[in-house]
Design a protein around this ligand. Structure first.
Ligand SMILES: C[S@@+](CC[C@H](N)C(=O)[O-])C[C@H]1O[C@@H](n2cnc3c(N)ncnc32)[C@H](O)[C@@H]1O
Length: 334
C-alpha cells in the first residue's frame, strides 16, 4: 500500500501530550496545537451534547468524517461508556488514507480503554494490513529523517522512531465481543463514501483539513448531503468558524450556533436542522460577516473538483459579487 507513495506525514506531540500528525503536503497539523485529545473532547464530544443524549435514549448513531487517528470517535465512546457501559453505539467512519488508519491503531491509544483500542484495531486490520504498513513506513522514515525534520516547523516535537516501533509492539490484539458497539469503516474519498450511506445519524463529527487549504469537504454541495444524512434532532460539530464554512452550512439548510473556545482560542461551529435547537447563537458581528464577501461559500456541484479549482471559483464569485468586503463591514461597526 505504501509502495510508490511518498511519505506525507510524521507523528508529532501536541500541547496536552497526545500525539498528532503533521502533513507536509497540506502543510497542516491533524489536530489543534492545544492537543489532539483535548480538541476531540472540547470541540466535538462535549459541545455535541451526546452525553445528555445517552441519558435519554437507548442507541446512538455517529458519523465520523475524516477519522484520522480516531480521537473523535474513541473519545465519544470513552465518555459514553462512563455514563452507560451498556449503551448501543453505532459508528461509521470515513477516511481516505490507509496509512493514517494504520497509525490510528497505535497512536493515541494511551488515552483510551483497551476495549476501545482493540475494537477499532480489529475493524481496521480486517481491511488493511496494519503491521506491514507501519513497518514499511518506519523503514522509509528512517532513511529520510533529516528531510522530515526540515519540513516540520521547529515548534513541533517529533516522536522518535524507536518510540513508534515500541508502540507497534504494543498493539492491542485482544478480541472483544461483549460490547454493544458496532464500527463500520469506509476507506474512500468522503465525497463518494457519503453517497452510499443509507442510515441517518444522530451526530456528525466533521473534521477535515483547514478549509482554506483543502475546501473539498467544506462545500455547500457536500453539506447538503450531510443535511440529508442527519436525524431531525441531530447535529453536526466542527472545529472551524470560518465564514465560508458557516455560510455554506446555512445555504445547505442548517441553522448554526457556536461552540465554546478552548482556552483563549477560537470558537467552533455546531449545525442543526431546527433553529430552536441552537443554544449558543452567533454574535451580531459574526452573523454580519457571513453576508459580506468573506461569507461566500465553497462550491463543488459535482463533488469531484480539486481544492485549487474550488478556491479559484470562489475568488471569481467574490470578484463579481456586489456584497461589501468584511473589512468595510467591520469598520462600519465602530
Ligand atoms: C484533521 S485530520 C482528522 C483528525 C481526526 N478526526 C482525528 O481525530 O485524529 C483530517 C483527516 O482527513 C483525511 N482526509 C483528507 N481528505 C479526505 C477525503 N477526501 N475523504 C476522507 N478523508 C479525507 C486525512 O487523511 C486526515 O486523516
Amino acid at each position: 500500500m505504501l509502495r510508490g507513495r511518498k511519505l506525507n506525514f510524521y507523528p508529532i506531540k501536541t500541547q496536552d501530550g497526545t500525539i498528532s500528525l503533521f502533513n507536509f503536503e497540506v502543510n497542516d497539523v491533524y489536530h489543534s496545537k492545544i492537543g489532539a485529545y483535548t480538541e476531540a473532547l472540547h470541540k466535538y464530544v462535549i459541545p455535541s451534547g451526546i452525553l445528555d443524549f445517552v441519558n435519554e435514549n437507548k442507541q446512538v448513531k455517529i458519523l465520523d468524517i475524516c477519522y484520522g487517528l480516531g480521537y473523535n470517535s474513541k473519545t465519544a465512546i470513552n465518555e459514553i461508556i462512563k455514563v452507560n457501559p451498556d449503551f448501543n453505539i453505532d459508528i461509521t467512519l470515513l477516511e481516505i488514507d490507509p496509512v493514517v488508519l494504520a497509525f490510528s491503531t497505535v497512536l493515541g491509544s494511551e488515552c483510551f480503554d483497551e476495549v476501545i483500542n482493540s475494537l477499532f484495531f480489529h475493524q481496521i486490520n480486517s481491511q488493511i494490513d496494519v503491521k506491514s504498513i507501519i513497518q514499511t513506513y518506519l523503514k522509509k522514515s528512517a532513511q529520510i529523517m533529516p528531510q522530515i525534520r526540515e519540513k516540520i516547523p521547529k515548534q513541533y516535537e517529533l516522536i522518535m522512531l524507536d518510540e513508534l516501533e515500541a508502540k507497534l509492539h504494543n498493539i492491542c490484539y485482544r478480541s472483544i465481543s461483549d460490547r454493544n458497539i458496532k464500527v463500520k469503516m469506509r476507506l474512500n474519498d468522503a465525497r463518494k463514501a457519503v453517497l452510499d450511506l443509507n442510515a441517518k445519524f444522530d451526530f456528525i463529527f466533521h473534521d477535515p483539513f483547514t478549509p482554506s487549504k483543502m475546501p473539498i469537504l467544506w462545500t455547500v454541495d457536500f453539506f447538503k448531503i450531510l443535511y440529508n444524512l442527519l436525524e431531525e434532532n441531530g447535529n453536526l460539530t466542527t472545529y472551524s468558524n470560518a465564514a465560508p464554512v458557516r455560510a455554506g452550512l446555512i445555504e445547505a439548510g442548517f441553522f448554526i450556533g457556536q461552540t465554546s473556545p478552548i482556552g483563549k482560542k477560537t470558537t467552533g461551529t455546531i449545525a442543526f436542522k431546527k433553529n430552536e435547537s441552537i443554544k449558543n447563537h452567533l454574535s451580531e458581528k459574526e452573523t454580519g460577516i457571513l453576508n459580506t464577501k468573506a461569507g461566500i461559500p465553497y462550491r463543488d456541484k459535482n463533488l469531484n473538483s480539486s481544492s485549487e479549482k474550488i478556491l479559484l471559483n470562489r475568488e471569481k464569485e467574490k470578484e463579481i459579487s456586489k456584497r461589501i468586503s468584511s473589512g468595510r463591514f467591520l469598520k462600519s461597526l465602530f
